[in-house]
Ligand binder design. Sequence first.
Ligand code: ZN
Length: 243
Amino acid sequence: MGAPRFEEACDDPGGSTRSLRQTSICWSVTKVLRQMTRMPENHRDPLNDIDRESIYWLTLALRLPRDGVRSAFPTEAACLRRLQEVRWPDGVTCEKCGSKDIGLLSTRSVFQCRTCRVQSSVTSGTIMHRSHLPALMWFAGAERLIQARAFPSRDRDIINRDMADYLGVQYEAGWRIKKKLLADLSPAGSGLIRDAICKNTLQLPGDLEIGTTAHLRWLGEQLRPSEPDFDFESMQELFRKML
Ligand SMILES: [Zn+2]
């Protein structure tokens, strides 16, 4: 496991991962702008699947912590605490008998039910179950995947390589992690990691019709202020070439 590479990817502000992301954002906003020019303001036609998917992933991306998950959840303990909070908002509950009379085994972060004696942890039964990957890395990988889906690049496969490089693991492991993360983050996914890291609320305008072109356009517009490095002129240039 290449922990140092992971640190580098997180801390290096001028790294190659950043330029990849910038390119992707550029591409995504261009796509939204193209749609804006083609469709009249009052366009009400049902959106296609790709547009609906864009709404989903853009919403998640905008709900991520502004300074990144590493700032919001800087330690393994902070990640586990957050998972516990989201999984059991009313206190730890036994998965087997539903009892709330739970003890924490002090040596490991394992809970034991005082009623039926069954042991569990915050990750049991989730995509992180029996994984050697720390929760910190699941969080970082999830953030990466949400951004990649919200700002898709032309070459989708690069996300596999990107995930492996970002986490400092082999390509195969990166592919498996991505597959598991999708089982959590996708619209029909289990959503534990998604709900743990997408902690910001998104205040939609009251009159905005959900699932429409206007909704997609509004999400596209929210991107710019939150991306201080976003190069609007390059994006316009690219936009002109594509028309
Ligand atoms: Zn129990």
